[in-house]
Design a protein around this ligand. Structure first.
Ligand code: GSH
Length: 211
């Protein structure tokens, strides 16, 4: 069985876990592995020293999107990547957007309110303020507009785009914040709807929060 290395506090680890739950792919999960600082064991799986790391029989991988794409191909297609060019393009776009914009926007608050305490460093209140007043409004507004009255971000089926977008909102809740339903009604409805899926419920339960 393949092994996923990394604490489920990470939105990227959570993404791979949800992917596996949704596709019925069993993974051994090493929740005890954190990247601050990276252990030899983590570095052996992922030379970047970040989580997730991943080990299967013949391969070691260190990037959540690559791990999901590998699992999809290995298991003969999971249905989590849309078929049409437009929907597929949107799915990959929102996967990238989440990684480069959404996670950093939420991550600044999560890191400074949750991780800083765990690793005994002071919280940077300026970064928290910047995230709440500048980064998150920008990203949440875009997602709210893109979701509109859709149920899913790419096409009419749940996909990698929804997994990747949902995962960091668990971190937002863990950091004591949530999406304002008056300011971002589409995003709020979308997240509430995703929450009903068993794979997402399982990931939320692992994190010990309720969204
Ligand atoms: N793009 C990577 C991002 C991985 C990443 O940045 N993980 C964070 C935890 S959420 C980490 O390990 N950070 C440690 C560090 O940057 O040193 C992925 O999708 O796997």
């Amino acid at each position: 069985m393949a092994t996923l290395l990394g604490s489920n506090l990470s939105p990227y680890v959570r993404k791979v876990l949800i992917f596996g739950f949704e596709a019925g792919i069993e993974l051994a999960h090493r929740d005890d592995i954190a990247p601050f600082p990276p252990s030899e064991e983590l570095l052996a799986a992922n030379p970047r020293g970040k989580i997730p790391g991943f080990i299967d029989e013949d391969i070691k991988l260190g990037e959540s999107g690559v791990i999901c794409a590998y699992l999809d191909r290995k298991h003969g297609g999971t249905g989590l990547y849309p078929d049409t060019a437009v929907d597929y393009g949107r799915a990959l776009w929102f996967e990238k957007y989440a990684e480069e914009e959404l996670v950093p926007a939420i991550g600044k608050v999560f890191f400074n309110r949750v991780v800083a305490k765990m690793i005994n460093i002071p919280a940077d209140e300026e970064k928290i303020k910047e995230s709440l007043t500048v980064d998150q409004p920008k990203v949440f507004s875009y997602l709210n507009e893109q979701i509109g009255d859709r149920q899913f971000l790419a096409g009419d089926k749940f996909s990698i785009a929804d997994i990747t977008t949902f995962a960091p909102f668990v971190n937002l809740k863990m950091a004591g914040e949530e999406v304002d339903s008056d300011l971002y009604p589409n995003l709020h409805r979308y997240l509430q709807n995703l929450k009903t899926r068993p794979s997402i419920q399982r990931a939320i339960a692992m994190a010990g929060v309720d969204l």
